[in-house]
Write a protein of this length. Structure first.
Length: 334
């Protein structure tokens, strides 16, 4: 056997190392991608602690952390019509470590309601999943002038009829639904009365300051059960399992009066599809956990599942419906 010179041995070593770098290094991106997640994940919630979306996320957080194998840290970023939370997500890498959980308005209303909105879901988000839904309900006071479907229709058909309907603020679901209802009563006078949030609005309906209010099932289920407000109709085409004896708006003759409250998950546009799928599966498992789902169902939510692709399509469709409706109301917020 011929002995190799020291120079030849060094050259061989360098060439071998280069080959490993070229061919072995090609696997690094897939290995890094496969390692997701390898650090804590931030969930951005565009509402204060204690609100409906926050309570929902905190209910599923332990199981979500378990499914992902990493801590899930909830960041409440209220204000600006979701723009503060969205801005945080948009300034972060598209790597799945910043996740946005919002509700109907965050995805399909606020981008068109706020004059200086800086995001569009179809352009800036990759959908992950819709989690739950709950229809809006038309509510009244049992001692009010409108306390039944019959009295509602009589008022709406009267040339001098007047209806005061409340909301949690201009552009919110109760405002938009009241506006849709007013279309069916060209002779009656509908007046929108905006309040600053949930508590004063509920106080107004319970003290007869207003005649009607729309709110989603989870927000008012206990109030309806105790008789503090009465449900006239569910704003849906099919009856709700939590209110099986309450007719739908379609049944009472207002088929266009349909709107859901729903919660969904999104990440920054450009997040790798395998990471989106992993986040999707983790949320699905966390919501489906029997203990979690019992708590959420008792609040009045109904389960719904969508693939990321279907959720993207759903948000586009909802945005296309909401944009002209908001324009029709003439409301914009600075």
């Amino acid at each position: 056997m011929t002995a190799q010179s020291p120079r030849h041995s060094i050259l061989k070593t360098i060439l071998c190392a280069a080959a490993v770098g070229i061919f072995g290094g090609a696997t690094l991106p897939s290995q890094a991608q496969g390692a997701y997640p390898n650090k804590p994940i931030r969930v951005l919630v565009p509402f204060p602690a204690g609100g409906a979306v926050d309570v929902f996320v905190r209910t599923i957080e332990p199981e979500l952390s378990k499914q992902l194998g990493q801590p899930v840290v909830i960041f409440n970023k209220p204000g600006g019509g979701s723009q503060i939370a969205v801005g945080d997500m948009m300034s972060s890498p598209a790597d799945g470590y910043s996740v946005f959980v919002g509700q109907t308005g965050d995805f399909s209303v606020n981008p068109f309601l706020y004059k200086n909105s800086n995001y569009l879901p179809a352009r800036d988000f990759d959908g992950v999943s819709m989690l739950v839904r709950a229809p809006q309900v038309m509510l009244a006071n049992v001692s009010g002038k409108i306390n039944s479907v019959q009295s509602l229709k009589q008022t709406m058909s009267s040339s001098d009829g007047s209806v005061l309907y409340g909301s949690f603020g201009s552009g919110t679901a109760p405002h938009l639904l009241g506006h849709i209802l007013s279309r069916a009563a060209p002779g009656a006078k509908f007046t929108h009365v905006p309040y600053k949030g949930f508590p004063p609005t509920m106080q107004a309906i319970m003290t007869n300051e207003i005649d009607l209010l729309f709110d989603a099932v989870p927000g008012t289920l206990n109030l309806m059960k105790t008789g503090k407000v009465i449900p006239l109709a569910v704003a849906d085409s099919s009856r709700n399992s939590h209110l099986p004896n309450v007719p739908t708006t379609t049944e009472i003759g207002f088929p266009s009066l349909i709107m859901d409250f729903w919660l969904g998950v999104a990440v920054k546009k450009g997040t790798p599809r395998p990471i989106i799928n992993k986040i999707h599966e983790a949320f699905e498992q966390a919501v489906s956990n029997p203990g979690n789902w019992k708590k959420l169902s008792d609040l009045g939510y109904s389960r719904v599942t969508m693939t990321p692709e279907k959720f993207d399509a759903f948000v586009r469709d909802e945005s296309n419906k909401m944009k002209p409706l908001i324009a029709e109301t003439g409301v914009t917020i600075d």
